[in-house]
Ligand binder design. Structure first.
Ligand code: FRU
Length: 476
């Protein structure tokens, strides 16, 4: 990466140039993690969609590869998934195995599902001559197929988004699909259109019990406005999803503004479930002032289940490989911050992570990228709520939805808190209390001033047990 490009992240995936949105076709195969993505190679704005492609061995350093799928007479190539066809159920691999992509072909208002296959580790793809494999059943928004191998029923299962619900299909060979069931009418967040669903089993961290998670993007009405990612916990028998939470209860995977179209990697060893999301929001995605590319992916995260305040929830932590690339920068321990006061700590150059452990009376916040001009990104707790505030950065006039203060109820209200805050050149990802809550946000900081981290006691006293700052260098 060229360091002179303003806002170009170091730890987060970006295309070399032009427009990117959703991660697609996430799969682990023969030692490589594949990342395909919604890509417009001629423009920095959304347009005729292709699948861009990159591979990585550690989910941090990515190698860019040529475009994998181009639009054709059936339309643009919208979002979808990739699986390994280990037993050649499709018959494409002469008894061996290979990769199969399933995606939406979108032609004007018509959305249908198609497949393509690769016999050379995803380097080249051939579209199936029988496309589309699922015709449109007269539903306008009918897209984003996520395929999984359902071992208990020994067949393929697929979930796709259809308006404000999802539809499940099954198949023996990835070519012929039968409708299995629907889920979602009246469930969870309903304000926007459901997009990019995913379904996967997760293990409970303490009991070891397995449950199924149905994860869904919603293009409006997210927790901080605009795009958001919700999930349901329940059971899945290969055909039907049975939720265990209440109908109108909404579980958000992330409370920030910039975590959308999340997808999990297929075929990762040891039942690890790793997700990646597009780090933007349809409210302003087309306007974010970066050049010559637009959009980045979130840090990849490992998911599991944990009981929080009596309810099972998805918890998340950044991939373990991140820890292999850190270098300790600064540590402080045990000091008190009086009401209304703040302690200033030297901030390293991004990318870095600050881990703050506190016990607070009523309210405290951590301010990042605080420079001479007073503009900053803040994240705080006040006993009942977690909030973040995105001040005007260097050039935030592109959208009034970008700046402001956003708050959400905390899942568990204790006066002890641990914040792990991962900052790159233009993003801040916060993991609260071992990942029970995550908040992902873009931030476009002023570049040249000396910057500091402030720990501020907003209400009552705050006892800071420790602050630890690490820097990251993945190019060592
Ligand atoms: C989500 C989405 C998908 C669609 C793709 C098109 O961000 O709208 O539903 O497949 O983007 O690029």
């Amino acid at each position: 990466l060229v360091k002179t490009e303003k806002y170009r992240p170091h730890l987060h995936f970006t295309p070399q140039e032009m427009w990117m949105n959703d991660p697609n076709g996430l799969v682990y195969f023969e030692g490589e993690y594949h990342l395909f993505y919604q890509y417009h190679p001629q423009n920095k704005k959304w347009g005729p969609m292709h699948w861009g492609h990159a591979v990585s061995k550690d989910l941090l350093k990515w190698q860019h590869l040529p475009i994998a799928l181009y639009p054709d007479e059936l339309g643009y190539i919208f979002s979808g998934s990739v699986v390994v066809d280990w037993e050649d159920t499709s018959g494409f691999f002469d008894g061996g195995h290979g990769l199969i992509a399933m995606f939406t072909h979108a032609k004007e208002e018509l959305q249908r599902q198609s497949i393509a296959y690769s016999k050379d580790q995803g380097r080249t793809w051939k579209k199936y001559e029988g496309n589309p494999v699922i015709e449109n059943p007269n539903i306008q928004d009918f897209r984003d197929p996520k395929v999984i191998w359902h071992e208990a029923s020994r067949q393929w299962a697929m979930v796709l988004a259809a308006g404000k619900k999802v539809i499940f299909y099954t198949s023996p060979d990835l070519k012929s699909w039968s409708l299995a069931s629907e889920f979602g009418e009246g469930w969870g967040a309903q304000e926007g259109t459901w997009e990019c669903p995913d379904i996967f089993p997760l293990q409970h961290q303490t009991t070891g019990e397995q449950k199924w998670v149905l994860q869904i993007g919603i293009d409006a009405g997210g927790p901080a406005g605009g795009s958001g990612t919700q999930y349901f916990i329940g059971d899945f028998d290969g055909k039907t999803f049975s939720p265990e939470q209440r109908k109108h209860e909404i579980y958000w995977l992330d409370l920030g503004k910039d975590f959308y179209a999340a997808q999990s990697f297929s075929d990762v060893p040891d039942e690890q479930r790793i997700v990646l999301a597009w780090m933007s929001n349809w409210q302003y995605a087309n306007e974010v002032p970066t050049h010559p590319w637009r959009s980045a992916m979130s840090i990849p995260r490992e998911l599991s289940l944990q009981t929080i305040d009596g309810e099972d929830r998805v918890i998340q932590t950044p991939v373990k490989t991140l820890e292999e690339n850190k270098e300790s920068f600064h540590s402080l321990s045990s000091f008190e911050v009086e009401q209304g006061e703040e302690v200033e700590i030297r901030q390293p150059r991004a990318p870095f992570r600050v881990i703050v452990e506190v016990e607070y009376e009523a309210g405290f916040e951590v301010q990042l990228f605080a420079g001479e001009d007073g503009k900053k990104f803040s994240i705080g707790l006040n006993g009942k709520e977690v909030y973040f505030e995105r001040d005007f950065g260097e050039e935030t006039s592109f959208s009034s939805d970008f700046t402001g203060r956003f708050h959400q109820q905390l899942l568990s209200s204790t006066k002890k808190a641990k914040l792990s805050i991962l900052c790159d050149e233009s993003s801040v990802e916060v993991f609260l209390n071992e990942g029970e809550t995550a908040l992902t946000n873009l931030y476009l900081p002023v570049q040249k001033t000396e910057q500091q981290i402030n720990v501020r006691s907003t209400d009552g006293k705050t006892l800071v047990h420790s602050i630890h700052i690490d820097r990251f260098d993945i190019n060592r």
